[in-house]
Ligand binder design. Structure first.
Ligand SMILES: [Zn+2]
Length: 245
């Protein structure tokens, strides 16, 4: 029976004594498994299969199309601080929804697994503001999946754009400067050249000025929405007052 390290993303009770669990496994990618006997009260097996928990899962699939069965699970990291804080939980929930919405099933993504682990650990230890951690996660996550946006150079006239806003069509990968878009119509998302520069590059989050954060969040929502039509924008998530960061 194979053992895998996994983030529990979703856990739904099934009949009286079972759970259907969706998890991101380092070895197997996004998987859904069936855990019999995981719902009884005071049940350690059930507790280890709660969403936003890192655990070591032992399970197997009996045939190619058969359901994956989880036989055993041990908690590696319960993320107690995140679970006890409404705002942290909301930010961590974005990470979870991103993985559930953008990943194809059963396709290993070890880099995305590491990025998730890094991000949740940093949220748990409050090393960095939660909104910055989310922005960094979303940029890197999109890049790992092959959806990194193009740099801020106009697709038609090839001019590199600085502060001005460009029009980007994420699905086509085109960028239009202020002058060229007159010809081409308004379809697309507007974004300042500097934000696109940061998102398409490798600069650290500290190189993205604070006053761009709000607009970067909104633009990332557009980018993610291109790949996950059910994406609920981060900008519409409710946070408790004075703790937006
Ligand atoms: Zn142009």
């Amino acid at each position: 029976m194979a053992e895998e390290l996994a983030f529990i993303l979703r856990s739904v009770r099934y009949q009286d004594a079972a759970k259907v669990v969706t998890f991101l496994s380092r070895e197997g990618g996004l998987r859904t498994g069936f855990a019999r006997g995981a719902t009884a009260r005071d049940n350690r097996f059930g507790a280890s299969l709660e969403p936003l928990t890192l655990c070591r899962i032992t399970g197997r699939r009996s045939g190619v199309l058969a359901l994956y069965r989880i036989h055993h699970a041990d908690i590696v990291e319960p993320y107690r601080t995140i679970h006890a804080d409404f705002n942290l939980l909301s930010w961590a929930g974005l990470v979870s929804r991103f993985l559930l919405g953008c990943l194809p099933p059963e396709h290993p993504e070890p880099l995305l697994f590491s990025l998730t682990r890094e991000t949740l650990s940093a949220l748990e230890t409050r090393k960095e503001s939660a909104s910055r951690l989310w922005i960094r996660f979303a940029r890197e996550g999109l890049a790992i999946l092959g959806y990194r946006p193009p740099p801020p150079a106009c697709t038609l006239c090839h001019r590199k754009v600085g502060e001005e806003k460009v029009l980007i069509r994420p699905s086509e990968g085109t960028v239009l400067c202020r002058l060229c878009r007159r010809e081409e119509g308004k379809r697309g998302v507007e974004v300042p050249g500097q934000i696109l520069d940061w998102l398409s590059g490798a600069g650290d989050i500290s190189s993205l000025p604070g006053h761009w954060h709000e607009e970067t969040l909104n633009f990332l929502d557009h980018m993610i929405g291109e790949h996950d039509p059910k994406w609920i924008p981060a900008s519409s998530v409710t946070f408790l007052p004075e703790a937006r960061d």
